[in-house]
Design a protein around this ligand. Structure first.
Ligand code: B12
Ligand code: SF4
Length: 436
């Protein structure tokens, strides 16, 4: 049987160079779970065009919220060609009833423990409308050998996973809703096996918080240290610096950069968050400690919380430059379905669109409390512009001297993206911001 696995793009007019993208792990997991004897083809539409008429028996599409409209369009096209389509991923998991209107079958949650059964049922004409295993055995997680698909991709980074689930349940995030509050683990020996089999030396751990369970994380770091790899990942800043041994083990095991969700530098807001420090002084101390370990910091910031006023952009950029942060993602608060923020804003009649294409962390889709949607949008673009100005890149370099090989290409990439983003917002102005 021929199986086509697709990650749809958001904008079919735009293509990204595959060399700048990391392989979509979900599709490779599905390939790895596929029983022998089937032919699997993976298409990442952001980088390549899909031939809708190609020969295949089953189409599996993975989507998050922003590419859900395109995923639904693809469902229609393939069904018109008499193909059977299965939808899975973040968005169908949160809104399965919506996804069922377009696909023959919807997978809610994780594919481990389901995909093989689904294929068997399909071959025996018994495909169900919905599959869901609420607690799959993560020991079954088998990413397919990536082979040439990762060669010449972003820094040859291999995506890898060790845990699922997050206890924090932040009001703007759907992860706890997706994977549950309990942190579940992939056996460490499987992680070591996957690292060795990939034949790569560069890895990106996709866990929401690689140190969420510190006992497991310490054992993992000890086990991977002898493999002499370099890795980047996401972690909670407070958990990391509170545990000296953990931080040392992370650095010794090859950690080169960490992605931290700082989210805000507004102290009233920090106080309400459980996953970071509740004042700026502690956060600044933590940054210094992490840098001492020669770990680059990528911070994720979110604008648009109810306690954000118009000076939040200036304050945030000042904090990030002062602390010489390596790179930053500037996001706008996005009320993804399945989050508390979505329910609250919907009740308060503050959503300005439910066109999912715009639910991407980059586009304002609600009425903020202390500014207009356009002020929030342009404030975010300008904050990014300022942070990635040449002067700021040079100033911040002095706090990141230990890894120029990552520092400069990453900052250069963002500098180029700033112009693209400004153009996109000018284009969107009449569609999204004129009447709100
Ligand atoms: C790592 C990550 C990234 C990496 C992706 C690396 C890569 N190429 O693999 C990077 C940093 C590039 C990234 C970028 C973005 N991300 Co991201 N990302 C994540 C993160 C932390 C893990 C995703 C992941 O790969 N997990 C591992 C895989 C194996 O899990 P999975 O995708 O859920 O797949 C499993 C099941 O869902 C299911 N499944 C999935 N697809 C399918 C399909 C079929 C047919 C079937 C049967 C089953 C199935 O089976 C899989 C195995 O069990 C999640 C948070 C999370 N915990 O989910 C956010 C998350 C998915 N990202 C999010 C967002 C918004 C983005 C961006 C839009 C942000 C931005 N503005 O740039 C971009 C979009 C990039 C793009 N073009 O796709 C949001 C999505 C919210 C939403 N409702 O849409 C999340 C949930 C973060 C959050 N807390 O809000 N991301
Ligand atoms: S933002 Fe991070 S810490 Fe908060 S619920 Fe989502 S994954 Fe967990």
């Amino acid at each position: 049987m021929k199986i086509l696995l697709i990650s749809p793009t958001v904008d079919t007019e735009k293509r990204t160079n595959k060399g700048l993208m990391m392989p979509q792990l979900a599709l490779y997991i599905l390939e790895g779970l596929t029983p022998p004897g089937h032919e699997v083809k993976i298409i990442e539409e952001e980088a390549e065009k899909i031939n809708l008429d190609q020969e295949c028996d089953l189409v599996g599409i993975s989507c998050m919220t922003a590419n859900a409209p395109r995923a639904y369009e693809l469902c229609k096209e393939f069904k018109r060609r008499n193909k059977t389509v299965v939808l899975g991923g973040v968005h169908p998991t949160i809104l399965p009833e919506e996804a069922e209107q377009y696909a023959d079958c919807v997978v809610v949650g994780e594919a481990e423990g389901i995909w093989e059964t689904l294929i068997y049922d399909f071959q025996n004409n018994k495909l169900k409308r919905k599959y869901h295993d609420p607690m799959p055995d993560l020991g079954k997680y088998v990413p397919k050998y990536f082979g040439k698909s990762i060669k010449n991709r972003l820094f040859n980074l291999v995506p890898i996973l060790t845990t699922r689930g997050c206890p924090y349940d932040c009001e703007f995030c759907c992860v706890t809703n997706l994977y549950g509050k309990k942190i579940r683990h992939i056996p460490i020996e499987n992680v070591v096996r996957d690292i060795q089999e990939s034949e790569s030396k560069n890895f990106m751990f996709l866990d929401d918080n690689i140190i969420g369970d510190s006992k497991y994380a310490k054992a993992l770091f000890k086990a991977i240290k002898p493999l002499k790899i370099k890795w980047v990942g996401q972690s909670s800043v407070s958990l990391l610096v509170k545990d000296k041994e953990l931080m040392e083990l992370a650095a010794e095991s090859g950690c080169r950069a960490l992605f931290f969700g700082f989210e805000s530098v507004v102290e009233e807001h920090l106080k309400s968050m459980r996953k970071t420090f509740n004042d700026l002084e502690h956060l600044e101390n933590a940054i210094r400690k992490i840098k001492k370990r020669r770990i680059l910091i990528h911070a994720s910031m979110v604008f648009g919380f109810d306690n954000d006023t118009k000076d939040v952009f200036r304050k945030t950029v000042r904090f990030l430059i002062k602390n010489k942060i390596c790179t930053v993602s500037f996001n706008v608060l996005t009320p993804y379905p399945g989050t508390k923020i979505y329910d609250d804003l919907k009740k308060q009649n503050r959503l300005t669109t439910t066109d999912w294409r715009y639910y991407d962390h980059n586009t304002v889709v609600f009425k903020p409390k202390n500014m207009t949607p356009y002020e929030l949008q342009i404030g975010k673009v300008n904050a990014r512009k300022k942070f990635y100005s040449l002067l700021s890149v040079l100033k911040r370099f002095f706090g990141n001297l230990y890894n120029p090989v990552i520092y400069f290409p990453m900052n250069y990439g963002h500098m180029k993206q700033v112009r693209v983003e400004a153009k996109r917002i000018t284009k969107l102005k009449s569609a999204l911001f004129e009447n709100v």
